[in-house]
Write a protein that binds this ligand. Sequence first.
Ligand code: PGA
Length: 253
Amino acid sequence: MTRAIFAANWKLNHGPAAAGALVREVLARFQPRADREQIFFPPALSLGAVVEALAGRRDAAAGVQHVYWEPKGAFTGEISAPLAAEAGATWALVGHSERRHKFGETDEETGRKVRAVLAAGLAPMLCVGELLEERRAGRTEEVVLRQLTGGLAGLDAAATARVVVAYEPVWAIGTGVNATPADAAAVHRTIRRWLADHTPPGSRARILYGGSVSPENAAALLAEEELDGVLVGGASLKAESWLRIIETARPGR
Ligand code: PGA
């Protein structure tokens, strides 16, 4: 059985005190289940508090939202994958649309970051997704494949198989307008075909959907076979809505 991934991207929200308290509350109210895991992506300054709050729970993990590709050196303000690992992270987001579109991160840079994350022994979650004008122009597939190719450049098949991809259409992020399960699944199939050609025979990639996932739409999205989990921003910030999402039933899975 593939475990479903419920990933919480808190973006620039929750300092150490709030972050630790939220994870403690969520874990106290949610008993481990074999069919799912949670990953919290707090701001880097709150990582330590989250790792402490995980208290060794096997079904939950922590990650960073961003790393620089160099491991150390004269790079004022940056954080690196080895330092994140030392601080207890086991995951790193790479190429989130806010990094790409608000901070100008390129496909080539996401590729360097994915390689740095893997080299440090962390699991990368590579985010891809098209802008509204790209979707309207019928370019969704081209954009997503370009981001995949750039983000996974230079990896051998075994390394590629360690990457989880999150499909997050930019027009759905933080807007309250989610992709329909069918539209998300169509893009997932494109991603899955590409990954099947670049990973060892028999490996099945885990592909998440993100973009305005909420307690109201999580069941319909997760009923879609193609979705191996969700990456959630706004609705992951409070215990109540996050718990409703992670408790979503997945009939027949
Ligand atoms: P959202 O954000 O759930 O608030 O749309 C998702 C994300 O940016 O990862």
